[in-house]
Design a protein around this ligand. Structure first.
Ligand SMILES: *[C@@H]1O[C@H](CO)[C@@H](O)[C@H](O)[C@H]1NC(C)=O
Ligand SMILES: *[C@@H]1O[C@H](CO)[C@@H](O)[C@H](O)[C@H]1NC(C)=O
Ligand SMILES: *[C@@H]1O[C@H](CO)[C@@H](O)[C@H](O)[C@H]1NC(C)=O
Length: 391
């Protein structure tokens, strides 16, 4: 008679017990060991009292809630597994433990703006769920581990502003989930490999990358919107395909050593999205391509400090198109389009330090003065010539 009742009691007692256990001792044990290793590879002296890491006290279970005094921030769990490790920017100083790879459910690792140093552990490649690897603004050195290319879930890789050296991993194109790659401000060398196929944003600014840009690196990147490769040592010709990448909006290739560019007129069936191109501080020869004016969304063109010659194409004064025009520091000659100086002009920028005639000093476009006549005469072989009369 009382048997079913006591069974029921035991059932609810067990339910109660398991709910207590799920609150107070829920973390997967190897995740706890990995978190302990993570904290103990950071110098205690670099952990401020009011920081997230200071609350990591392993007398409590890391995933237990509510978090009142311990593990108040820095770590996020789901079903007793650590899924996110996002530290506050406190200047934590230390290395990144290879045991990080035991947090096998980790989705986000973000150590932004601290003072982690030493190598990025090779073991990082065994985090099959990792989507965001953000180690920006630290002091990591050594190479970008080639094994990162096996992170099949990786969507965002930001290792910018560290001291990484060596070349880019060769099989990067196997990162099929990657949409944003930022390795800017490091010491990377070598040339561009074939890039991940689903990139939206490629930022490799301020490294020592070299070689030419080849179509084979960009082939199939139909979603690429931003290319930031400024302040490197790339050279050679900027070919027509670059300007016709289907989703491209911004190109920054300033401060490299490019010597030529071939700018096509966008084909009529091609819906160009290009808004801004910066090719300033290169060594680009030849005439200023009129074709830039035919990109319907193009607003900003930077070609300062190259070796461009000849006149400013009259196409550049088409209303509603180019609005920011930085052409200073070349050998442009002739007279700029008169529309640039009309009362209702929408053009701003700089035309100074060229060989232009009649650049009115009343216009802010002409604030910087033109080159001395002697330099211009020399540049044009003794006497000023228009490009149409070159032999
Ligand atoms: C961490 O992972 C490695 C490789 O999977 C395993 O051999 C090791 O036992 C794990 N360590 C801990 C503390 O769980
Ligand atoms: C961790 O917490 C326990 C209990 O709250 C406390 O006794 C101990 O001093 C703490 N340890 C550290 C290193 O703060
Ligand atoms: C182009 O890049 C150079 C060098 O980084 C920079 O100084 C300049 O402001 C940029 N110009 C435009 C138009 O964005």
């Amino acid at each position: 008679m009382s048997e079913p009742k006591s069974n029921l009691f035991i059932f609810f007692f067990l339910l109660f017990l398991s709910s207590i256990l799920s609150v107070y001792s829920s973390t997967f044990s190897s995740d706890i060991i990995a978190l302990q290793a993570f904290k103990s590879s950071i110098k205690p002296a670099s952990i401020p009292h009011n920081s997230c890491l200071a609350t990591w006290n392993f007398s409590t279970d890391p995933c237990s809630i509510p978090r009142v005094t311990h593990f108040t921030c820095g770590v996020t769990c789901s079903s007793g597994r650590v899924v996110q490790l996002t530290l506050d920017s406190q200047g934590y100083s230390g290395t990144l433990t290879p045991l990080i790879s035991n947090l096998t459910r980790l989705v986000t690792l973000d150590l932004t703006e601290n003072n982690f140093y030493g190598p990025i552990p090779l073991s990082i490649s065994s985090l099959p769920n990792l989507q965001n690897l953000i180690l920006r603004v630290n002091s990591f050195s050594g190479v970008v581990p080639p094994s990162v290319t096996s992170l099949k879930s990786l969507e965002f890789l930001d290792l910018s502003q560290n001291s990484l050296s060596g070349s880019l991993p060769n099989s990067m194109n196997s990162l099929t989930s990657l949409t944003r790659l930022d390795l800017s401000y490091n010491k990377l060398t070598g040339s561009l490999p074939k890039l991940p196929p689903n990139l939206n944003e490629l930022a490799l600014k301020a490294n020592s990358l070299s070689g030419s840009l080849f179509y084979s690196s960009f082939d199939g990147l139909s979603q690429l919107m931003v290319v930031e490769l400024g302040e490197n040592s790339f050279r050679g010709t900027l070919d027509a395909w670059l300007f016709l990448l289907p989703s491209l909006q911004q190109i920054d290739l300033a401060s490299n050593s490019f010597t030529r560019m071939i700018v096509p007129k966008p084909p009529t069936n091609f819906n160009s999205q290009l808004v801004a191109v910066n090719l300033s501080f290169n060594r680009i020869n030849g005439f200023l391509p009129a074709n830039f004016a035919y990109y319907p969304t193009m607003r900003s063109l930077g070609l300062s400090y190259n070796q461009l010659r000849g006149p400013i194409p009259k196409e550049y004064s088409k209303k509603g198109s180019l609005q920011r025009l930085f052409l200073d520091g070349n050998f442009l000659n002739g007279s700029p389009p008169a529309d640039f100086f009309s009362r209702d002009t929408t053009v701003s920028g700089s035309l100074g330090d060229n060989c232009l005639k009649s650049c009115p000093v009343s216009s802010q476009l002409c604030l910087k003065s033109q080159k001395p006549a002697s330099i211009c005469q020399q540049a044009y072989g003794g006497k000023p010539r228009s490009p149409h009369h070159r032999s």
